[in-house]
Design a protein around this ligand. Structure first.
Ligand SMILES: Nc1ncnc2c1ncn2[C@@H]1O[C@H](COP(=O)(O)OP(=O)(O)O)[C@@H](O)[C@H]1O
Ligand SMILES: [Mg+2]
Length: 271
């Protein structure tokens, strides 16, 4: 368990579902006077793919930071509630920027993840090569990040996170800066990785279609302070969820619902 602070740990309150891999209970984060996350509670079951949408600044990245234990400890940061991660769970986090090491080749970048994941030195290069091929980059092991396109760098970042062999994978707007086709390609790749493994995913995006294509549940956050406004159940597509789904009538209805919800939230703030 990684309680962020003493508070009301879910395990003691007794209301944590047995299958929850992660339980957030009344998570509250303030930076000085700025109450950013205001009492967020959510259970995430093993194998779920949670996508998170909400207005800019509503605390999405802050929530992922809290889950991963990466909140700043600077004076003025106050945190309460609890983040309860099942004991056996290892976690990887892909940040908004790909954050590859610029002086290391693609393979070396992936090896860093493998090293953190406890892979022995002699197996790291093989593991990195396998993972690069697995994310669709069989020929870049000796290339440096500046020699790769944005989409390729994101694939290397995915491979690096996977090298850590995580159970829970947090992704913060991983495809934000990519063109539409590269984005769709990577969405397919992420779904494939998720389907083939026992990964539990939490992915933040500002793209509502992406949230619906990827998520088994879409969590809609309101801002000031960030809290859950709505959760759209999207599990009926299971893991077989790509091309045909985007043009189905349920998809369009849900897209409309998400769009209207976010417009209403932004009007409420503006008014
Ligand atoms: N380390 C920090 N110190 C002070 N303020 C922060 C810090 N991190 C985030 N914030 C503030 O918290 C709010 C939410 O930020 P963030 O979680 O990044 O939002 P989102 O990811 O939803 O766009 C913003 O107002 C941001 O300026
Ligand atoms: Mg953010």
């Amino acid at each position: 368990m990684s309680d962020v602070v003493a508070g009301s740990p879910a395990t003691e309150s007794g209301d944590k579902g047995d299958s929850a891999l992660l339980a957030l209970r009344d998570l509250t984060v303030a930076f000085g006077e700025n109450l950013v996350v205001g009492g967020l509670s959510l259970d995430v079951a093993e194998g779920e793919f949670i996508t998170m949408v909400g207005p800019s600044g509503c605390g999405k990245s802050t929530t992922l930071n809290a889950i991963s234990g990466l909140l700043p400890t600077t004076p003025g940061t106050t945190v309460s509630g609890s983040v309860d991660l099942r004991d056996d769970v290892s976690l990887a986090y892909a940040f908004q920027k790909d954050a590859l090491l610029p002086w290391a080749t693609a393979r070396k970048n992936v090896e860093v993840g493998a090293e953190l994941g406890g892979v022995t030195r002699k197996d790291r290069a093989d593991k990195a090569r396998d993972l690069l091929a697995h994310v669709g980059l069989p020929d870049v092991e000796h290339k440096y990040p500046h020699q790769l396109s944005g989409g390729m760098r994101q694939r290397v970042a995915l491979a690096r996170a996977l090298a850590y062999d995580p159970d829970l994978f947090l992704l913060d707007e991983p495809f934000g800066a990519l063109d539409a086709f590269t984005r769709m390609d990577l969405q397919n790749k992420v779904i494939e990785l998720w389907r083939e493994s026992n990964l539990t995913m939490i992915l933040v995006t500002h793209d509502l279609a992406e949230a619906l294509v990827l998520g088994t549940r879409v969590v809609v956050l309101d801002a000031q302070p960030g809290q859950i406004h709505d959760i759209v159940d999207n599990s009926e597509w299971g893991s077989d969820r790509m091309a045909e789904m985007r043009s189905s009538s349920q998809f369009l209805e849900k897209y409309r619902h998400l769009f209207d919800t976010l417009v209403a939230l932004s009007r409420k703030r503006a008014g």
